[in-house]
Design a protein around this ligand. Structure first.
Ligand code: ATP
Length: 428
């Protein structure tokens, strides 16, 4: 069949890399893709949010299956438009993508269907939001309702910080329409893990857990980024806890969304906080839902997946997940993100990267591309997060060692990475 993957990040490179291995895939396109994706798919110069052009391309090329990587086109209704034209697609409808598109909507669904999460309030009115803060005290968390590229969340240590975050969103309009409403919620303490499940509208199939590193600097210091690295599985999510997350969080959400007339198909990415109850036993609670794979978590998941990724994505789109039995490599996969100097602030662009052959030759290592382009046979950096050097190995310590061997084999003086990805799992 002919498959189109939408997106241009490391996540989409990993998806293309896995999909091209499927015996079901004859032709693979990626819009817009990047220099690494060009090795495994035909890249098409259409932006990931240019919904109309993507739909036209899918029609013109008689694409059989579209896999949508990022949340933007999902929230814009790309999957709805494709399905209306009889083109099969992986990813939720716009109505189901609200789980990520509106934090207030997400919290209301969790509350209605009894899914464990932080206590919260939704506010458009400044004084009402501040009253909620006064009543509950700090620490407390203030979130812009809509998509704000990870920048709309303030974990306020003091009441004043919370007031400032409320003013920023509701008075100063820092997040535009995405911040016209805020969610103010209870601060949860614990260890964060991510968990991914495929959903077909009615049922859910567990994929795997992962842990990421958001801060730019070693020791989790400095400003937050889109993600500087990740590994899978996350030892904090034991098999027992994973079963509990499926039972208490993923399955009731999928059932609830179906009951709301917004059946969720695609990948549900649950951001979890593993706290402790009074007896010291771990308790998973939902911090957030995303409606797509994480980037860089996807790179680690695809490296661990033994089964046919494309067959599983098609089954999710077809409502046939019950027929899928996924196999995984027992090994750990770990991804180190290399970013352009300056990121997450203003960063350098159009700098040449060399050494891919040497890096990919390190045992267990695959270099996934994100912000790269090809120019006269040379690979140039064009984004903030540029590469995801991903390694698979029997232990997380060995995966870490291999990934950094891959990093060191690359020749890119204008890029940097954290040197401690996986520290928590390695130290366990
Ligand atoms: P992302 O960049 O992960 O998509 P986002 O903007 O969707 O982020 P959240 O994931 O809801 O927002 O929050 C971002 C981060 O803020 C979380 O990863 C977590 O570290 C912290 N956080 C969010 N909610 C809470 C909470 N209730 N208690 C403690 N920390 C929280």
């Amino acid at each position: 069949m002919k498959v189109l993957v939408v997106g241009s990040g490391g996540r989409e490179h990993a998806l293309c890399w896995a999909i091209q291995n499927s015996p079901l895939c004859d032709t693979l396109y990626c819009a817009p893709g990047n220099a690494g994706i060009a090795d495994v798919a035909e890249c098409v110069a259409i932006g990931a949010e240019d919904v109309d052009a993507l739909v036209r391309f899918a029609q013109d090329k008689a694409i059989d299956f579209v896999v949508v990587g990022p949340e933007g086109p999902l929230v814009l209704g790309l999957v709805d438009k494709l399905i209306a034209l009889g083109i099969k697609a992986f990813g939720p409808s716009a109505a189901a993508a609200e789980l990520e598109g509106s934090k207030g909507f997400m919290k209301d669904i969790l509350a209605k269907y009894g899914v464990p999460t932080a206590a919260y309030g939704r506010f458009k009115d400044v004084e009402a939001a501040k009253d909620f803060v006064r009543k509950n005290g700090a620490p407390i968390v203030v979130k812009a309702d809509g998509l704000a590229a990870g920048k709309g969340v303030t974990v306020a240590r003091t009441q004043e910080e919370a007031f400032a975050a409320i003013d920023e969103a509701l008075v100063e309009g820092r997040f535009g329409a995405a911040g016209a409403e805020v969610v103010v919620e209870e601060f949860l303490d614990g260890e964060e893990v991510s968990f991914f499940a495929l959903c077909d509208g009615e049922s859910a199939l567990p994929l795997a857990s992962a842990q990421d590193h958001k801060a730019v600097g070693d020791g989790d210091t400095g400003p937050n980024t889109g993600g500087m690295g990740a590994y899978s599985p996350a030892p904090a999510l034991t098999p027992d806890l994973q079963a509990r997350v499926m039972r208490e969080i993923v399955e009731p959400t999928v059932k609830g969304m179906a009951a709301e007339g917004r059946p969720f198909k695609g990948v549900l990415f649950a951001g979890l906080m593993i706290g402790k109850d009074a007896a010291g036993k771990p308790v998973p609670k939902t911090l957030e839902f995303n409606v797509r794979f994480g980037d860089p978590e996807c790179q680690t998941l695809m490296m661990r997946l033994k089964s046919d990724a494309l067959a599983a994505l098609i089954a999710a789109a077809d409502g046939q997940l019950k027929n899928i039995d996924l196999r995984w490599h027992d090994e750990t996969a770990l991804c180190v993100v290399m970013a352009a100097n300056g990121y997450p602030g203003d960063y350098v662009k159009n700098t040449e990267i060399k050494g891919f052959e040497a890096a990919n030759a390190v045992e267990g290592v695959t270099v996934f591309h994100a912000g790269t382009k090809l120019s006269e046979g040379r690979v140039l950096s064009i984004g903030g997060r540029v590469l995801g050097v991903t390694a698979k190995a029997p232990t997380v310590a060995e995966a870490q060692k291999r990934a950094y061997q891959g990093v060191d084999a690359l020749d890119w003086p204008d890029g940097f990475c954290r040197r401690d990805i996986g520290w928590r799992a390695v130290g366990r």
